[in-house]
Structures are given as structure tokens and as C-alpha cells.
Design a protein around this ligand. Sequence first.
Ligand code: FES
Ligand code: FE2
Length: 376
Amino acid sequence: MGEITTLANEPPQREMPDSLMLFSFWYRALPSVQLVRNRLQKAVLLETPLVLGRDAQGRPFALHDACPHRGMPLSCGHFDGNNVECSYHGWKFEAHSGQCQLIPSLTADQKLKVDRFYAGAYACEEHDDYIWVFIPEPAPAGAGFTKAAEPPTTVPQVPKFSDKYKIAHLTADMPVTVDHGIIGLMDPAHGPFVHQAWWWRSQHSIHEKHKNFEPIPNGFRMSAHTPSSNSAPYKLLRLYADADSITTTIDFVLPNLRLETIRAGKYWFSSLTTVTPITRNQCRIDVVACWNLFRWFPFAPELLKFVFAKFVEQDRQTMEDQAEGLKHHPHLMLIDDADRPAKWYFQLKAAHLESKRTGEEMKHPMQGPVTLKWRS
Ligand code: FES
Ligand SMILES: [Fe+2]
């Protein structure tokens, strides 16, 4: 993979994105508002059925949505604020650990140790208005659950640069594999065709761009720069912030994180977008944005949300259409330089899986900074 640092005009490569989902990472399960105290809520992450809830103190939890006794979905059961009771035979499980507390059919002289049994429990945390769940490597087929291990990493968070800020989120379901969702997100060439709007840009504003990229742990960064001048909002921002320069960085980090930070003087805007595999053919995009721009201006959050919602809807519609074409498994191509980030994504993913297989340190597919050129 030594060709990465050159800009040689290689012939287009045939690439068939696979739909391998990466385990052993934190994933966004639901927006916080969807999790109401004392009510059970279903969710699916990486084809894993989950039941989520909030305990009496408001702390979220996530359990495998199948009773370890005979497989009844625990989401059919009852939650009393501490324990989840299965609807079939009334076994009770502590909501955070999944540890069995009670088997009602046992008689007084039957000394079965119920606390040895576990419903599958997943590490679950709430950050930036979202419930995150850590999905470990799947257990070997037929294996039961035991006490869950502590996750090795912390939950990714939206970067913040002041104490006071606004926060908003958006979510959209995409009927494509997580790979198509992610490369669609990092694809610079679709902008002029998919994201047209009179207040943003027109197709005629297409022009050549040079962007600097550099390797970062588990990903790559589009380095700080002044964003393209062909969009009105950036011009407005420069005026408003009274700042000479606006810097933005966009990071992509495995498995599915896109972090964007815009800073202009004391003002900042940042977002963390994730593309989450739900099943192998379905993903969900969630954007959480934080900012201290226009904090005093009452309509700003609505305005920002409107702009974001419009973009996300354009992407969603595009991927829905694309899914039609993908049904018949066409040959696909990734071309330089516009699809180079997509190639890096596949290379990163392969390197990650290889390092897991061998136990050796991950070999980063980029050897140093690279400038990519494209028209958009
Ligand atoms: S299936 Fe859940 S208690 Fe029997
Ligand atoms: Fe897009």
C-alpha cells in the first residue's frame, strides 16, 4: 500500500465495499429523549437486538433482548426501576449487570444459585444527548452470557471550547451498508450535485480544490484551512466573528466517527457524526452539533437545524436511490483523488482487522501528509 503518498494518476480501481461490521467499539443507540424512565425501548446495533431503559435514578442500561432462559425478548417484560422481569416465567434480572435475581418456579428446598445466571448486559452511557452502547466481539455460537467486562475505550464526545454552548441533533435511517453510508459521508465530489440550494451554492460554483490530509491514530484528518469561499454562510461567519481566519478540521476515525470543528476567534462550531450499522444492509446517521455562535440569537438553533436537516435529507434520499442500483451488485470504482478518502477508509478497516488477527500493532495505511486535488 505504498502508493498512498503519490498523486500518480492510477487507473480506477474496482472496489467492492464489504459490509463487515466492526465490533468492540462504542456505538450510538438512541437519542436520549427516546429513553423514558421506567419504560423499555428496543434498539438494534450490529444485528444485535437490545432492550434499553432508564433506572429509577435516570441511569441508562442496555441488555441483550433475549431472556437467557428460553429466549423471550426481555422487551416484552416488565421493568420496575431496578430489575427487568421476563414475561414468560418471571425470571428477574438486575438491569445494569444482567445478573439473575429471582427464578419464581424454584421451591424453598431447590438450591439453584440464580446469581450465576446472566442476561447479556452491555456497557451503556449517556453523552451529548445520546445513549451509547459498547458492542463487544460476538460470543461463540451457543455460549451463554457472563458478567460483562469493562470496555477498553471511552465514549467519543463532541469537542467543546467554552462552558456555554447550544446542542442539537439529527438522525436519519439509510437503507445501505455501513460502508456505503460512511464513504457517502466523506465523499467530496457529490456536493455540487446533491447539495444544491440557492442559499448554499450552485452547480456552477464547482472549482478545483486542494486539501491537505494527514494520518491520525485510527483515521485521517483534513487539516486546518479556510473553508471554500463559494458558500455564503462562511462569508457571513467571517464577517460576524470579526476573525481574520476561520479554521476547520475534519477527522475521520474508525469505526464510524466524523468530527468537524470550525473555529473563528472566540466562536466555534463542532459536530460529531456517526454512521451506525443496524443490520448488514441498513445504517443510521446521527449528527450532534454544539456551538457558541449566535447564542443570543433566538432563531439560530432552528436555522442551523434546518440547514443540517436539509443536507442530511439530501444524503438520505440519494442513498435510498443508490440502494436500488446496489441491489443487483454492480461493479464499483473508486477513483483518485476524489475517492481517496474512501480508499483510506477501506484500508484502515482492513489494517484494523489484520492487527486484531495478528495481535500486532495496527499498520496505518498513510505514511505521511498528502495533498488531494479534486473539483467540487
Ligand atoms: S423465557 Fe424468560 S423466564 Fe423463561
Ligand atoms: Fe452529503
